[in-house]
Write a protein that binds this ligand. Structure first.
Ligand code: ADP
Ligand code: ZN
Length: 436
């Protein structure tokens, strides 16, 4: 059988070779883009009338950014380059920040995206002997189906469990000796908090790994997951606009996420000026999809903030590594004039050993001022402890948060099971301030 999940030549290609592949694929994407109502207007306006107008990769910069609003305004078919008879699947984004957007895949696009997904899975040392329980929702969201197809391509046994029904999930893990989970980090932590209730110990399970993604999480959350389950957790980044999961994935070394540069061109920009920033500097991730022709998307503003590593990876793959997502430009909170990303708060609280597996960030108006309340669940044996210890812990959490975000929040400590639980992407922030 042809191996389509490990391509040494491409994965370890030198940078020049990768650039050649990118240039050739970019030209071919331009040809498809010129067939869409949207790009057939936009590209000629910047002097691009045919693929031959792209002479080098630098010419990519002539193309204006494509934004989520462009996708919304051209909904449903403005970015479609083919007749719908050529389309074999659609997906939409989750709609975390508003109306969801749609993507279209032809049979060839789906095949190419599946190869990249399979490559990501294999890079973590997962192979056909593994059993994957896919706990992302199946349906319009890309997380379920796209991972499913990739895992089948590697030859794993896939349990398409989808999200929710924690009791059944735990039963499936036990009965089928699941070795790998695909899941959001918030839901995985919740699953752990339920094990005891169903009289299951981590040692009753055969788990070795988890692919965690779809939502921002900190290094401390990864560690917590790894410690609680005694597994390796690999960060998985993707977005529906770029075909879903598998855009960037950690390899066995867990040194942040290899972004597959034969399939996607990555640029990091200053979100305010649109200027490129050098490797190592944080900015907004801009992606050009090189493997989807039914709905081409170039220089897409993801609104995700990250940086590219400069150093190479011990695995010898040459595709650059993206840092974990530090936040989304649109989830930044401005609290009494201070800019705060929810991920900064998570990083602090998940480092504190007494803190359990769930938290929530609330912002409300009190008179003229904003009030930040961080609600944190503790492990039950800690919550049952002495009142004085709990008070000390509360003060410690508030102080550590102040040291990081410069603003001292009110901290509320809760017993496990009190705060809302999410089976897919967690909604961590409840901002009840009146909209301006
Ligand atoms: P939506 O933008 O509606 O959430 P998607 O379902 O396409 O739509 O989700 C993609 C987004 O999810 C990414 O742009 C990013 O903000 C977030 N995301 C995905 N994977 C990760 C990850 N590993 N770490 C942090 N954020 C992630
Ligand atoms: Zn690597």
């Amino acid at each position: 059988m042809e191996i389509r999940y490990w391509n040494k030549e491409i994965e370890t290609a030198d940078r020049e070779k990768l650039r050649q592949i990118q240039l050739q694929r970019l030209k071919s994407i331009i040809a498809s883009a010129l067939k869409t109502p949207f790009y057939s207007r936009r590209l000629p306006s910047v002097g691009i009338h045919s693929p031959d107008d792209i002479k080098s990769l630098d010419d990519l910069r002539k193309i204006p950014f494509t934004t989520k609003d462009d996708l919304r305004q051209n909904y449903p078919k403005g970015l479609l380059s083919v007749d719908t008879s050529e389309v074999v699947r659609i997906h939409t984004s989750s709609g975390t920040t508003g109306v969801p957007t749609v993507i279209y895949l032809s049979a060839k696009d789906l095949d190419a995206a599946t190869d990249i997904m399979a490559r990501s899975i294999y890079a973590t040392g997962t192979d056909k002997t593994d059993i994957l329980q896919n706990m992302m929702s199946y349906g319009l969201f890309t997380g379920g189906l796209c991972m499913h197809y990739g895992a089948e391509r590697v030859g794993l046994m896939v349990i398409p469990a989808a999200g929710g029904n924690t009791k059944r999930q735990i039963q499936l893990m036990k009965d089928f000796r699941t070795t790998v989970l695909h899941i959001t980090p918030s839901y995985l932590l919740h699953v752990h908090s339920k094990l005891a209730e169903y009289s299951v110990a981590v040692s009753d399970l055969a788990l070795k790994k988890a692919f965690v993604g779809a939502e921002p999480h900190s290094e401390n959350t990864r560690r917590k997951i790894e410690d609680l389950f005694d597994i390796d957790a690999y960060n998985s980044y993707g977005l529906s606009e770029m075909n879903g999961p598998g855009v960037a994935f950690e390899c066995v070394y867990k040194t942040d996420l290899h972004l597959w540069e034969d399939a996607y061109i990555v640029e990091i920009i200053n979100p305010k000026t649109g200027e490129l920033v050098p490797d190592g500097k944080e900015g907004e991730v801009i992606l050009t999809n090189l493997i989807r022709h039914a709905m081409p998307l170039m220089r897409y503003r993801t609104r995700d903030l990250a940086f590219l590593h400069k150093e190479s990876c011990p695995c010898k793959r040459t595709h650059r590594r993206l840092s974990r997502i530090l936040g989304r430009t649109d989830d930044m909170l401005i609290i009494n004039g201070v800019n705060i990303f929810p991920s900064q708060i998570e990083e602090v609280i998940m480092k504190i050993p007494e803190v359990g597996t769930n938290y929530q960030i609330c912002v409300e108006k009190q008179g003229a001022l904003d009030r930040l309340i961080v609600k944190v669940e503790l492990y039950s044996k800690i919550f049952m402890g002495e009142a004085k210890q709990i008070d000390n812990l509360k003060a410690k959490i508030a102080d550590e948060l102040k040291a990081s975000i410069t603003l001292k929040p009110a901290v509320e400590l809760h017993e496990p099971g009190v705060l809302p639980v999410f089976e897919g992407k967690a909604v961590r922030v409840v901002d009840s301030r009146p909209k301006l």
